[in-house]
Unconditional design. Structure first.
Length: 366
């Protein structure tokens, strides 16, 4: 029977996608899991299967391997693989150059080479980022970007893989799914995995920052985890070869940065802990002023503020760039698509973060 390879299934979005694929398709799904011992592999496999119905466990075939060794570990399965979904990556905007190159770019290129030699391959879906567009402003269409400049190594490394698909591996039956920034698990606002957006809100909530990079009128493009997993499953099962899909809301579903901060301030002010601090809303700073703040804080290596700024700073330049994102190809895969109530999702998310005091999520992700 044909098999699906899904990388990154032990991560947040990958786990949600695995669950959907098992419910929507019949193939066995190969899942690489990094582990240095049988005991660690057992624990990670148990975590991987959490939330997945027991009658589907047999269709999850765990493969002990990290990304570097994956092509070799996949050799026995080469003739059986019909679909490859490459979702694994270091997704932090502050990822260092060496890691971005080795994990995001080089490991992906090695997997592309393996895919090009799979005799029954029908579909190679590459999970990229909306920010493979780099610092490009204006219309962001579901097409390739001609050599943009980048705010960080994460964006650049993801674009380089897209460029390899466009040039060196153009004959592969590829699809590219560019994912926007995930703000919450679903419309209720529960946060499973925190990222630069949540780190920014955390500094704001605890009164550790009075300046934010960006312009109030800059639209920011957010998405929830349920929508992301649903969209990725649709790209895999119904997407067309040699086509790019933006896994994000349409432009009407974006939210202006200033409005985002206004909502956060309103919701945080309903929390007594925040209210007692009598904080003012952060002001927007130009790029040079914010960079100066970051530089001046580098001497406080272990501080929560410095750690938060280190997360925000590599993404900060994007908050000055007005992107008009098109997702019409994705909409064609999603019958009944409606522009979401993004402000409500932001409001619910801020309520959740204030209630939990930004604590790490303890429940099941599914």
């Amino acid at each position: 029977m044909a098999k699906i390879l899904l990388t990154g299934a032990t991560g947040y979005i990958g786990h949600k996608l695995l669950s959907r694929l098992l419910s929507q398709r019949a193939e066995t799904i190969l899942v690489p899991v990094r582990a240095t011992s049988a005991e660690e592999l057992g624990k990670r496999t148990q975590s991987l299967l959490e939330g997945i119905p027991a009658d589907k466990h047999a269709r999850v075939q765990v493969l002990q391997s990290d990304l570097d060794a994956l092509p070799k570990a996949l050799e026995p399965h080469r003739s059986e693989i019909s679909i490859i979904i490459h979702n694994a990556a270091k997704t932090a905007f502050n990822v260092d150059e060496t890691t971005a190159n080795s994990v995001n770019r080089d490991a992906s290129l090695a997997l592309l080479k393996f895919a090009s030699e799979c005799p029954k391959l029908e579909n190679f879906t590459y999970v990229s980022t909306l920010y493979a567009s780099g610092m490009t402003a204006g219309p962001i269409r579901e097409e390739f970007f001609p050599n943009p400049t980048f705010a960080n190594h994460y964006e650049r490394s993801k674009w380089e893989v897209e460029e390899a698909l466009r040039t060196q591996y153009s004959k592969l039956p590829w699809r590219i799914a560019r994912v926007a920034t995930v703000i919450a698990d679903g419309t209720s606002g529960t946060v499973i995995q925190q990222n630069a957006i949540h780190n920014t809100l955390k500094l704001f909530y605890y009164g550790l920052i009075s300046l934010l990079p960006g312009k109030a009128e800059t639209p920011i493009h957010l998405v929830d985890g349920d929508f992301t997993a649903e969209s990725l499953a649709a790209v895999v099962s119904r997407g067309e070869a040699q086509k790019i899909y933006h896994v994000c809301y349409d432009q009407a579903g974006s939210i202006m940065l200033g409005r985002f901060i206004d909502i956060a301030f309103d919701e945080f002010n309903k929390d007594e802990t925040f209210k007692t601090r009598r904080l003012l809303k952060p002001l927007f700073a130009d790029e040079k002023s914010f960079d100066t703040l970051v530089t001046n804080m580098k001497g406080f290596g272990g501080s929560v503020l410095n750690q938060g700024l280190a997360s925000i700073s590599p993404f900060g330049r994007q908050l000055f760039v007005k992107k008009e994102v098109d997702n019409s190809s994705l909409q064609a895969l999603l019958p009944g698509y409606k522009t979401p109530a993004t402000e409500e999702i932001v409001r619910n998310t801020c309520q959740y973060l204030a209630q939990t005091k930004f604590a790490k999520y303890q429940g099941s992700a599914l």
